[in-house]
Structures are given as C-alpha cells and as structure tokens.
Design a protein around this ligand. Sequence first.
Ligand SMILES: [Zn+2]
Length: 364
Amino acid sequence: MAKKIKKAPGWLGLSEDRTSFVYIPERAEIVRQIFELSIAGLGGYTIAKLLNSKKVPAFGTSKRWDQSTIHNMLSSRATIGEYQRKQTIEGKEHPVGDPEPGYYPPVIQESLFQAAQEARQRNLAIGRGRKGRLITNLFAGLTTCAYCNSPVKFHSNGNSKSLICKSVVERTGCIRFGWSYGDFENSFFEFLNCGVLPGFIEQLVKLRNSEQEKSQDDIYTTRAEISRIVKAGILKLTIATAGVPPPSSQTNGSIRRDHPNRCFTAVFADGSSRVGYPVVLPQVKPNLHFNSIELSKSLLLTPRQGALTTLLAQGDTLTIAAEKLGMTLATARWHLREIFKKTNTHSQVDLVRLAETTFPPEAS
Ligand SMILES: [Zn+2]
C-alpha cells in the first residue's frame, strides 16, 4: 500500500486516500501570477496587498495573503516540482540528501522560477521592493537616459520631485536637464490612454476615482497595478529631458527642468516603439473661451485643427478634445503633429502659450 502523505504545498491538493497530490488549475494560475508580479518588480508586501484587494482567496487557513507567504512561495522549488527532505536540528531546518525533481506536479515552468529569482535579487540590490519607492515612482528601474544610456532616477528635493539622469545627479556628465515627475507621469498616462496596454485605462479611471475619494489604500493598490502593467508591457523607456538633439549644457551648471522639447520613447513588448510628448494638465479654466475661427485664421490652421487647438487651450486633455470633436485619439495626435509643424511649436504647453499670447481668450 502506498505511503500516506502528511502535507502538500498550499497550491496542491491531496487525493482522498492521501497517497497522491492533486493539481488544482485555479491555484496554479494564482502561483503563476505571483511569479509574474515579482518579475515585474513588485515586492512581497505589494503583491500580498494586490491579491487581498482583488479578493483572491489565500491557500492556507488564513483568508488573507501576507508578505511571508509570498516570499516563501517565490523561493520554493516545490513550485517547479522539486522536493527537498529536511531535518530540524536545534530548531533550524537543514536539507538532507539530494533534491528530488518531479516529486510534485509542477505549477510553473523552471524558466519563470529562474526569472523571478533574478528579479528578486535585482530588487533587493536597488531597494525597489520597498513600498514607498515603488509608489512614488511608477517607472523605477525602467527609465534610461536618451543621451548617455544611464538609468534615469527619481530625485526628490523638498517638494520638487523629478526624473534626472544618474550622470547628472552624480556630476559625471550628460545634459543637465530634468523632467518634473508629476508632469512626466501625466504625460505618460495620456500617452497610454489609447488602449495599447491591456487593462491600463481601467486602472487609470480607478486611480482618478480613488484620488477624488482620497482613499489611500485604493490609490496605493491601483498605482501598484499600473506599475505592473507598465513594466509588463514596456521593455524600455528612454527619456530625452531636453529633446532630440539636446542643447549643449555645462557639466557644472544647475539642473534645469521641463525643457519645452522634452520627449520620451517607449519600446513595447511586441517590439514596436512610439515617441511621447508632454501634455497640458487638465486645468480648471472655467472662464476661458477662445474664438476657434479667428484662431484658425491667424495660425493658418484648418478648421478642425483650430477647433482642436481651441479645446486644448481651454484646458481639455487630448483624449477629451478628441472625444468632443468625434475623432479617434490617433487622428487627434496626427492633427496635433501637423499643428506643431505649422505653428513651429513642440509641445502642447508651447501651443497653448502661443494661443494665449496671439489670441487672448474672451471671457464668457
Ligand atoms: Zn544621461
């Protein structure tokens, strides 16, 4: 008669006669997701919090996930089917004999396991696993400098938070420009607001709602989820803080921020890449009203382009302006590029400034 099994890992079940393990597809799927979240750069604390917020049932008697369960799972070779006999000597576990591969039904592939081990070591090395850092900067570990290929780091100086090339911070060279973090994040959100990354728009809507309700917990979990989506869908994010090509800059000069020509390039998981530009933040400008026809005439724009410029100048985001004009975001972007060319501007901020100075708005 087969020997009875005392204990199975949380993600496996036991047959009724307790002689063999049972593979449970839903649990295997949860294990796989936990490994992927870890590879995307999320720490154990964040992963546990995400699972709890999504009401994913934990495997043990406790209904909730915690950091240590996640850590144990991520380091357990039982997930790839391996068993290691252990002996407890003076309260400490010691491995006995060789590991036995194929002892358990594997729930993930060995390549996924390896990738997670590497990601965790990287995260530990740069301290990314810690809660605060991940949430202040959604792009930690993902951004590189367009000029020198150094990492672009999150840099906080009192209330001013920016993304700055590591060489600039360390005064070893590069162009001394930075990009205000809030402006970059908003520009990047607007850039992704066309559905290119699955699940992103839903999370963005959720984030805006939780910001309005000032729910710290929801803000935290949605930002963590956004960071995961971004890191899973984007392979490389290159930042040109002063545009391409950049102006020359003295190695010892002060760091200037938010150059009008700044832009970034995202390389997506499918290998395609796209360039993004700063956007005008949605601002409350309730009483501004531009005359679209006059604006089009004086800036030599088509009526559609004049209408788009007007809406942007009145504080709409590109997404909202496109919606109001009944055009797709891609079309709106195309028009925007044409408008930039015709008006010799390089960003929405520039364009709005131009509209404001050449055509002071009428109060309505
Ligand atoms: Zn640089």
